[in-house]
Design a protein around this ligand. Structure first.
Ligand code: P1T
Length: 350
């Protein structure tokens, strides 16, 4: 009798593990308008698995503003595989020519984030998809910063979408996870092989939490954006703020492009404070609702100092060249009441 029930339990357990992981993969593919989804143990695991498509001698063209951990992976790990990366500055008149000029005979892949981390630059996905197609390259878009609720890169011609599900998709800062979505069957079967071969897969419980997060993605994203837009407007007029980066503000250099490829601008804001690092120290010591922590995309507001935290792996000269200054602060605006958040920022700034 016990043997039978134990056997049944094992069967059910297997179904629970496989079904939960497969279901989250299908759900992620569906909300990204893709055919195939693959889930991973972290965003970096998803990134590493995609980069495993490359071989010794291959070359990547990447946007120059991107998550410091991705930069570290490209420079400290992938470079050791014999795969090199050229970074493209997108703060120029003719961004498409800059990407085109960076392509070499051995280039295999274009890697972008949009909006970028931490300077919230916007990269034209449809134009890059055309360049990628003409040069037979794979276009990868890390869509972590706005989630598929506001932007679906596969619809704009990208080949692969990458996510850190740790962020908006999970939504509650209580899991670490990643995802890859594609509609290309050949790419999918290669990535499915690497997913299994490398083994950085999520646990069933984390998969379940991502599934649960997806159910409230729409309401959370709307609230993140409403709050961020309110705070961005407040901050841009504040005398202690030198500069603000938020694609939803009409004076953002790529606001028009942002409007064409996203249906909303998300909940991330970066700002430079007047008074350099000393001003940042004071601000951080006074703020109460925004928790000083790496990560983003949770219901509770977070504050990050990119120079020492998310982008600490980038050598100082490189970092400064990319515009990540000592007075830069990044806000992940949560879904608390917008006036509470404003008061908190006001108190910390004044
Ligand atoms: O933390 P992890 O789940 O491994 O995700 C990596 C990652 C990938 N892509 C982007 C755009 C990211 O921002 C991240 C992680 N970023 C942070 C932890 C951060 O605070 O910016």
């Amino acid at each position: 009798m016990f043997v039978e029930s134990r056997k049944k339990l094992r069967e059910l357990h297997k179904i629970y593990v496989i079904l939960t992981c497969n279901t989250v993969e299908q759900a992620l593919a569906s909300i990204e308008s893709g055919k195939f989804g693959l889930a991973f143990a972290s965003g970096l695991a998803a990134t590493t698995t995609v980069l495993s498509l490359l071989k010794n001698g291959d070359h990547i063209v990447a946007v120059d503003d991107l998550y410091g951990g991705t930069y570290r992976l490209l420079e400290k790990v992938v470079r050791n595989w014999g795969v090199t990366t050229t970074y493209v500055d997108i703060n120029v008149e003719d961004v498409n020519s800059s990407f085109q000029n960076a392509i070499q005979p051995n280039t295999k892949l274009i890697w972008i984030e949009t909006p970028t981390n931490p300077l919230l630059k916007i990269v034209d996905i449809a134009s890059l998809a055309t360049i990628a197609r003409q040069n037979q390259l794979i276009l990868v878009v890390d869509n972590t910063f706005v989630s598929p609720y506001f932007q679906r890169p596969l619809e704009l011609g990208a080949d692969i979408v990458v996510h850190s599900t740790t962020k908006y998709l999970g939504g509650h800062s209580d899991i670490i996870g990643g995802a890859v979505i594609t509609s290309n069957e050949e790419i999918y079967s290669q990535l499915k092989f690497y997913q299994n071969a490398i083994g950085a897969v999520p646990s069933p419980f984390d998969s379940y939490l991502v599934l649960r997060g997806i159910k409230t993605l729409a309401v959370r994203m709307r609230e993140h954006e409403t709050n961020a837009l309110h705070l961005a407007n407040f901050l841009q007029n504040h005398p202690k703020v030198e500069r603000i980066y938020y694609p939803g503000l009409p004076n953002h250099p790529q606001h028009q492009l942002a409007k064409t490829q996203m249906s909303g601008f998300g909940g991330m804001i970066s700002l430079e404070l007047k008074g350099g690092f000393a001003a940042v120290e004071k601000f951080v010591s006074r703020i109460k609702l925004f928790l000083l922590a790496e990560s983003l995309g949770g219901v509770e507001s977070l504050l990050c100092y990119p120079v020492k935290m998310t982008h600490g792996a980038i050598p100082e000269a490189e970092r400064l060249k990319r515009g990540i200054k000592d007075n830069l602060v990044r806000l992940s605006v949560g879904i608390e009441h917008k006036l509470d958040l404003q008061t908190d920022l006001e108190n910390a700034l004044n």
